[in-house]
Design a protein around this ligand. Sequence first.
Ligand code: GCU
Length: 603
Amino acid sequence: MKKILIAVLTGVLCAGYAYGQSELPLLQNARAYEGTTLNGDWNYIVDVQEEGYYDYRMNPTSSGFFRNAKPRRPEDLIEYDFDKSPTMKIPSDWNTQDDRLFFYEGTVWFKRSFLAVPITDYRTLLYFGAVNYDCHVWVNGRKAGHHIGGFTPFNLDISDLLREGENTIIVKVDNKRHAEDVPTQIFDWWNYGGITRDVMLVKVGPVYLQDYSLQLQKADAKAKDREISFSAKLNKAEAGHTVKVSIPELKLEQQLTTDAEGKVSGTLKVKAKNLQLWSPNNPKLYDVQLTLDASTIADEIGFRTIETRGKQILLNNETVFLKGISIHEEKPNGGGRANSVEDARTLLSWAKELGCNFVRLAHYPHNENMIREAERMGIMVWSEIPCYWTIAWTNPGTYDNAKQQLTDMITRDHNRANIIIWSIANETPHSDERDTFLGNLAEYARTLDSTRLISMAMEVTGASNYVNRLNDNMNKYVDVVSFNEYIGWYRDVNDAAKMSWEIPYDKPVIISEFGGGAKYGLHGPANQRWTEEFQENLYKENLAMIEKIEGLSGTTPWILKDFRSPRRVLPEIQDYYNRKGLFSDKGEKKKAFYILKQWYDSK
Ligand code: GCU
């Protein structure tokens, strides 16, 4: 078949014909493939009553917005027009792009057109970094797919929906909350809706590398030879394809042939003296090339090991103390979903300034820029799925949703050396149903990735006078016991330093949250709530207390920066912001920042 010249002008994109138009297993490292961004201006229609979803009249001028219908005759009735509707910069949340949508929870329709020329040798995947929360996608009026979950990527094969010339993508996004969702109906962050991360068309061959993994195997500190395990799988169960992995700087190369399942696996041997291990002090990344038949993609991968031994966490066989901070995915200055490299660099530079080598990315998987910038900056990461508070533990669809989000989080990031902990939950009330749900998730996570540590943020239940007791059945499922405590804030005792803790588990301990609120610039005596002095004293008391906890391996105080929450409504103080940040919502440091920084610098 004659190939039509591929021109990539003004978004002209080669598009392949292929089969299937549904959600495919997530393409790991989509950014490595040739693609075209669809970021930019998208038209949008706010659809409070779901007018656009239903075809009242089964005819070409029906109201279904996904048809992007236009009047063809003077008498035709069409009650919408994307091209005359306003535009929004994508990726973004709609709450901060249109004042009318600040509190909006419902459906918004988006439309974007682009040019394509058909080529038979390739397929086109439509890749979304994330859409919050429930989204349906049409291409040229035909259904391309449906995805739920607001913080993980997904890709749709739209190859056989494309045509020569102009193509139109329409996306219906609904961020309404439901009891059976993940997260459920209540959560202490802003329900930012929309196409909140990058959108791109990815060009892949009929057969492509859907996933691959490079992982340094554990060995004792004196081992002279190290082994890097390599595995990869195609999008199809096809034998006989050649897969080659090479790491030029290490002079490593291996060529393998796929088996009947379209998989390969092997081991690369390297002299320990030649291998620079990834660490906060030396965040070494190696250029890696992966070739399938005749096409090559590139990645940058760091090699390190992470494990526990008794109450210690070991990075590359050395005990490490995790000097962390919790972070929500919100722009550094003001609100709105963070997504850009610049957003990531600013937030992470604040964490570095605080003395951190670790961040807890709460309470959901953050955008890929945040992970990759942290990796370059030598910052270890706790990555978490939003099984937050009162999840519908007995609802099978809820479990499948959580499991899918866990799968996609791990698929996207399991080659990132800086991710050391997968977290499956935050502050979930104790019950047998919860233990079954989360216990299954923890075991499933290990089948996907046996190299990282599993944890979750538990909550303290037992406390009498000055003795606090952690008692959570989930302790047997996790590698690291982590819990949130709010002594001095939700428990009105200001002398945390006198407190002691009983944690009857022979595992490392992370204090995954502690803290208190302060309005930046509000000053007064240390016992006056909301002053910077109150927060400063709370940090002093809590740090004096947690330092004494046996097996303490780290802490991620709550939180780097004030963030928007619909639950925080105190006028002149909160004004819909949770004020527990060490930075204000405008990036100004509060006094408690210096207390934590001094403590970390002393570690
Ligand atoms: C909880 C929860 C956070 C919340 C914080 C708070 O522990 O994990 O998501 O924002 O406490 O109350 O500020």
